[in-house]
Each structure stands twice: as structure tokens, then as C-alpha cells.
Design a protein around this ligand. Structure first.
Ligand SMILES: CC(=O)Nc1cnc2ccccc2c1
Length: 446
């Protein structure tokens, strides 16, 4: 590191020893396309974000789980025409198995719940923070990996589960200083679509596919939507009604159009009244056009959005009561959400809410000459046993270099091990913020 390198003095480094392997031509030192390294500063931000994910999960009594990043491709092969499917990062491994880097975490959760079967008592409240992958053909320069925080409640058919999940996201956002004037949640239920499709006796197995097409409503022209719905087998009049109902903006209007027969309206009414009790009413709004782009949602769906409309969805989730049976398991009602690590950071930047996370080391310990390197190691060990962080100077460096490094690593104090002091069982201490300097018996160091 240039600032640490004084360029002179010191013993000849490893550079003088012969290369132990054949020397390759220079490799590309950048990470693979669409992926990121996390050098210290970026890693501090990531750890800060994940610490908040974990802290909120703890507050809500959720248990952490994880799964392999590599799964059988079969876990993600759904025929509903999802984007996540077109971009599956899949390949054949050396055992000729079709495998894939997971594009999301929910199918792995379903697999584990089925595997655990009767041995787990419901409800389960599980959370995970996992890296997810996609392989985009045209490299639009978009990322091919991101980390997602997932929270899932398994075994609760009531809408209290969705209300609890939205509360956990609001709790997280508030911890970061984001308010209801920055972010809102659009909430709807796929049961709205289900009830309309039932009126036209459209078979249930088209449901997922229809939702995926409708999810593109803001992304592609409406006649393209109509064409895709028609080719999926939805009649003109049904398409017209579908698009009509998606533009409904209030629950009362929805009740008028749908009637209070099905439980779409009832679910949503209950969710909005629970939101009142949780204290996050100002964060949520009904929006019939929200369907989300995953085929397996069956009920309430929601997504977090930035009210300025500059960014993509911050998070998204919903109820998926029928996922387990698609893997041959017995269905268990479930709901959950995914919260990516990218949009939230863009939002925090926009709002000037990124924390200043600098490296902090409590002590830098330095021998004043080479014979005292051992003594310095003893001092460092004593401090570390007391739980103090120590950057131990490992080379023979001039004091100027040590002060420069102390400033760079934000050390609280400099501990100098000098000959005469050491003979008297003492070390020198310099408090770097005040410049105060004194000697102290080693045993009194705290
Ligand atoms: C904004 C962003 O990075 N999105 C992103 C990046 N990588 C992914 C990888 C898999 C699935 C979704 C992904 C989404």
C-alpha cells in the first residue's frame, strides 16, 4: 500500500526469492462480469447493512437459515415465463447433473421445509441473507449477483403473517433513517385476478402465467400485453375486464367491482386494519396493478418503492400457499419477501443516509528497536486478551511511518515499547486524539 510503504530501509522483502510456480501472463485482476469484489470499505458497508438485517430479524424472533448457492436446476424450472427463468445461471456439472446458481432463496426454503417435514413445529419464522445469481444474455452491464435478505413465515394462513412481514421491513427502514415520505408499499392480492379469471372459467394452471404477463404491464405496451394474454388463451372480454380491474385505486371501488364474495377484499381490509395497529398505515397503499413477477404467489403481494420514482423496487414479497406441492410436498401456507442489497444503497445515497464507517483500531503497538519486537508481541497479546484491538507493527519502521499508519487506521493510542521503560516494566502511551503522552506499568494497561 503506497501510504504504508516508506520506500526505503527495511529488510529485502519476498521479492528477492525465486518464483515458486510457472509465471502466467498477467491475468485479468477484475472479478467476472457482473460481479463485485468487497474490499474493506465496501465490506464495512455490507456488514453494516447485514447487521441491520440480522438485528431486525432478531427483533421479530426469526431464526437464521442458509442453503447451498448451487441447487438442482429442477428447483427453478417453472413454465410461467418468468424473467428469472430466462436468466437462470445453470450448467451441467462434471457428474452430468443439471445444476444452477440460485436466482432466489424461496425454492431452497421450500425444499428444506419438505425435507424437514414433520420434524419441525409450525409456524416457522426463518430468515436468510444469501447471494443470488442471474445470467443475462445481453450483458446490459447489469449485475449478475446480489445479496438478498429474505424473511418467511411458514404455517400461518392468516393475513397477520403478511402484516408482520411488512412491519419488519418498516422497522428495518426506520432504523436506517428512512421515513414514510421516502418509501411506500404498494399492496394488492392475486386473489383479485383469481376471482376475475374464475368468472371466465379460465383454468387454474394458467394463473401463474397470466400473472407474469400482467406483471409486465408497466414495462411493455398494452397491446403487447393483450396479445400475450390472448396467446395464453384468455378471451378478449376477459382481458378487457382484467385490465379494467387492475386500474382500481381503492378498496371500496374494488369491493364494488368484485363484490365481497371472495376473500381478496376481506384479506386486504384485514391487512390495512392490522397496519393501523402496527403503526405503519402511512407506509402502505392499495394498488390493484401490483402482481409481482414470481409465478408462485397466490394471495397478498407487496412491493416497496421510492416515492420519488427514481429507483426500481426496493423489496417485494407475498403469500405462496401452493409452492410446496409443486415440488411434490404437501402444501403448507407461507409468505415471505426478498430485499436486495443494491437499490437500498442507492436510496440511502440519494437521502444522504449512508453511514460513515471508518476502520477503528484501539491500539497500535510498536517496538522502538528490533530487539524489542518480542516484547511488543507480549504487549499486543496482553491487550488482546483484555479484548482490545491491536495493530502490531511487524517490521523495523521509522517512527514517522508509524505515526502515518496510526492516523490511517484511526488508532486510538500508540503504545511504544522502548528499552529503558521495558527494563522498568513500563511502556510509553500516546493518546493520538489529544497528543497526551505518559508511561505506564504494563499490568496497569487497560
Ligand atoms: C439491482 C441489482 O443488482 N439487481 C439484481 C442483481 N442480481 C440479481 C441476481 C439474481 C436475481 C436478481 C438480481 C437482481
Amino acid at each position: 500500500n503506497s501510504s504504508d510503504n516508506d520506500g526505503g530501509g527495511g529488510r529485502s522483502g519476498a521479492l528477492s526469492s525465486p518464483p515458486v510456480m510457472e509465471v502466467l501472463e498477467k491475468i485479468d485482476v477484475n472479478p467476472p462480469k457482473g460481479t463485485r469484489d468487497f474490499p474493506p470499505e465496501e465490506m464495512r458497508l455490507r456488514n453494516w447493512l447485514f447487521h441491520n438485517f440480522r438485528e431486525v430479524s432478531r427483533l421479530f424472533g426469526f431464526e437464521e437459515v442458509d442453503y447451498p448457492v448451487l441447487e438442482s436446476e429442477a428447483l427453478f424450472i417453472r413454465k410461467a415465463g418468468e424473467e428469472i427463468r430466462d436468466q437462470l445461471y445453470s450448467f451441467e456439472d462434471r457428474g452430468n447433473r443439471r445444476v444452477a446458481l440460485r436466482p432466489e432463496l424461496t425454492p431452497s426454503l421450500a425444499r428444506l421445509v419438505i425435507q424437514k417435514g414433520k420434524s419441525v413445529s409450525l409456524p416457522l419464522k426463518w430468515f436468510a441473507i444469501g447471494q443470488c445469481w442471474r445470467y443475462e444474455r445481453m450483458t446490459r452491464g447489469r449485475r449478475r449477483e446480489h445479496y438478498q435478505w429474505n424473511m418467511d413465515i411458514i404455517g400461518v394462513p392468516e393475513v397477520t403473517a403478511e402484516a408482520e412481514l411488512i412491519s419488519s421491513i418498516v422497522t428495518f427502514l426506520k432504523r436506517l433513517g428512512i421515513t414514510a415520505s421516502d418509501v411506500g408499499f404498494k399492496v394488492s392480492s392475486r386473489k383479485v385476478l383469481q376471482e376475475v379469471l374464475r368468472r371466465y372459467s379460465i383454468p387454474d394452471n394458467l394463473f401463474g402465467q397470466v400473472c407474469i404477463i400482467i406483471d409486465k404491464i408497466e414495462k411493455i405496451p398494452q397491446d403487447e400485453i393483450k396479445r400475450e394474454l390472448n396467446s395464453a388463451g384468455i378471451a378478449e372480454d376477459a382481458v378487457f375486464d382484467l385490465l379494467q380491474i387492475l386500474s382500481v385505486k381503492s378498496l371500496d371501488k374494488l369491493e364494488e367491482v368484485l363484490g365481497s364474495a371472495g376473500d381478496a377484499v376481506a384479506d386486504l381490509k384485514q391487512l390495512f386494519s392490522l397496519a393501523e395497529k402496527f403503526g405503519y398505515s402511512e407506509w402502505i397503499q392499495f394498488d390493484a396493478s401490483i402482481v409481482r413477477g414470481l409465478a408462485y404467489y397466490t394471495g397478498i403481494v407487496f412491493e416497496g418503492f421510492d416515492r420519488e420514482g427514481k429507483l426500481r423496487a426496493i423489496c417485494g414479497g407475498g403469500r405462496y400457499d401452493r409452492l410446496l406441492s409443486t415440488f411434490g410436498g404437501n402444501d403448507i401456507p407461507a409468505c415471505g419477501f426478498g430485499f436486495g442489497d443494491a437499490v437500498i444503497v442507492e436510496l440511502l445515497k440519494e437521502k444522504g443516509l449512508l453511514p460513515d464507517l471508518s476502520l477503528q483500531v484501539q491500539n497500535i503497538v510498536c517496538p522502538l528497536d528490533q530487539e524489542l519486537q518480542g516484547a511488543a508481541a507480549t504487549v499486543a497479546t496482553i491487550l488482546r486478551q483484555k479484548g482490545q484491538s491491536v495493530d502490531l507493527v511487524l517490521q523495523n519502521k521509522p517512527l514517522k511511518w508509524v505515526f502515518k499508519r496510526a492516523a490511517r487506521i484511526n488508532a486510538g493510542r500508540l503504545i511504544l515499547v522502548g528499552n529503558s521503560e521495558w527494563q522498568r516494566g513500563m511502556v510509553g502511551v500516546k493518546i493520538l486524539s489529544t497528543g497526551e503522552q505518559y508511561e505506564i506499568k504494563l499490568n496497569d494497561l487497560d
